[in-house]
Design a protein around this ligand. Structure first.
Ligand SMILES: [Zn+2]
Length: 144
């Protein structure tokens, strides 16, 4: 646990948050930063699923914790779909801004900024040759 970590403070109820779900492993809060459309309207429902235990990255979690975190993510994604009926509920996991693992749930619609982000990412992709994919697969499978 980190004394400075805002997510740990929220878990310990030492900091306020818009909590929308909790279980023994995870809690889910609304992100105070919500994405806006090109016309400036909020795209409702962006939220963060946080493990109660402080770890930097999701792969630092025990397998059982990770499983519980994803179950919570699935439960909340269905709630977001029913509450706001977005075309998609996108999941992001990276660990760049806050060093307490979290899953971002981002409702989005076709042609909104999130969909444009994904469309712009297509320029990063190129079909990889089979021998390169063979090498990658072998390298990953060799790790114990
Ligand atoms: Zn923390």
């Amino acid at each position: 646990m980190s004394e400075e970590c805002i997510f740990c403070k929220i878990v310990k109820e030492e900091a306020d948050a818009w909590k929308i779900y909790e279980d023994e492993t995870a809690l889910c809060i609304l992100d105070i930063g919500q994405v806006v459309s090109d016309t400036g309207e909020f795209i409702p429902g962006r939220c963060l699923v946080i493990p109660r235990r402080h770890v930097a990255f999701f792969y630092d979690l025990e397998d059982e914790e990770a499983g519980q975190l994803f179950i919570a993510t699935n439960v909340i994604a269905r709630k977001l779909k029913k509450a706001f009926n977005p075309d998609f509920v996108t999941v992001f996991i990276r660990g760049q801004r806050i060093s307490h693992a979290h899953i971002i749930l981002q409702p989005s619609n076709r042609d909104d900024p999130i969909s444009k982000l994904f469309a712009s990412m297509m320029s990063f992709f190129k079909l990889a040759p089979a021998d390169l994919l063979d090498d990658m697969a072998q390298k990953i499978q060799e790790v114990k």
